[in-house]
Design a protein around this ligand. Structure first.
Ligand SMILES: [Fe+2]
Length: 307
């Protein structure tokens, strides 16, 4: 991980929020303490349980029983994992929620892009450290009829046009019914497409699923290609383009604000949501919080009029 460490050092020295590209293809796999499990993590915080990177499971490897304490995402690049709910395979985004409790096994060599947004609890018999911030605890599945995985086949999600020529978008997951205002989105750029200058309001983690993309930030140009991870810091100002076309998977923790032009429609899909009757209403990102429904208060019945 030398290149990653050097990039991190460069990141710490930079005074302005930036964009960082990680090519881990030539880096050795990181041991997690169990044969058949390995990872290449580019961002890991054991305090919060957040991590982002590759996870690898060899044939007949089990994760061990664990309980998620935050949202966890696995985009399956190859192979599949099976738990008591069923099998999640290549081309699918698997989402676990706080409380999801399961043991998963690989029947094929399996490579995923993993994004953990909270820690994971393991039973006392599990000794490996696959997840950031993992901890040992006694736990039960308090909601046995809540299935552990929400699986979304990426290619089945409708593609939306955008106002940026050559850019289309899949809003894959809108974090509905969670406390988070985030989006998991796929952006697709035709060859030559240019995404105009914008400023990020929050962290964006990005994986280059296919093609090439060139970022311009802080007067510098950064090239990323298929298989690279990109971390974009809050307040970074950037634009990006693709020469031969690109497919990008990203997790945005807040909307992007265009440098020129109206703030809506927003780049990552914050101005739309699944099941939203105003999905194409082009609300400003700042309106999103205000649009959340307020709890309905039920007033006690009025006292009967006794005349
Ligand atoms: Fe899991």
């Amino acid at each position: 991980m030398q290149a990653v460490m050097e990039d991190n050092k460069a990141g710490r020295m930079a005074r302005q929020p930036g964009v960082y590209v990680y090519d881990v293809s030539g880096q050795p796999w990181q041991d997690v303490g169990k044969a058949g499990l390995a990872q290449k993590i580019v961002r890991r915080d054991d305090r919060t349980g957040q991590s982002f990177g590759f996870m690898f499971f060899d044939t007949l490897t089990r994760t061990g029983v664990h309980q998620h304490l935050g949202n966890a995402f696995s985009y399956f690049l190859s192979g599949a994992l099976t738990d008591y709910q069923g099998t999640t395979g290549a081309g699918e985004l698997g989402i676990n929620f706080p409380g999801s409790t399961h043991d998963a096994i690989a029947y094929l060599p399996t490579l995923t892009v993993g994004r953990m947004e909270g820690p994971v609890a393991y039973g006392p018999d599990v000794t490996h450290s696959l997840h950031a911030g993992n901890r040992h605890a006694a736990f039960e599945n308090a909601f046995p009829e809540h299935l552990p995985d929400l699986n979304i086949m990426l290619d089945a999600v409708p593609v939306s046009a955008t106002r940026v020529p050559g850019l289309t978008r899949r809003l894959v997951y809108d974090y509905a019914n969670t406390p988070h205002q985030r989006r998991m989105t796929q952006l697709m750029l035709l060859p030559g497409a240019c995404v105009p200058a914008h400023r990020l309001t929050a962290l964006v983690d990005l994986y280059v699923l296919g093609g090439d993309v060139r970022f311009h930030c802080q007067g510098k140009s950064l090239d990323a290609k298929a298989g690279d991870f990109v971390i974009m810091e809050p307040d970074a100002q950037l634009r990006f383009e693709s020469r031969y076309g690109a497919s990008l998977l990203l997790w945005a923790e807040g909307p992007a604000l265009w440098e020129d032009g109206p703030s809506s429609p927003e780049l990552y899909g914050f101005t739309s949501a699944h099941g939203d009757p105003l999905r194409f209403g082009n609300r400003a990102p700042g309106d999103w919080q205000a649009q959340r429904p307020t709890p309905v208060r039920i007033s006690p019945p009025a006292a009967p009029d006794r005349g």
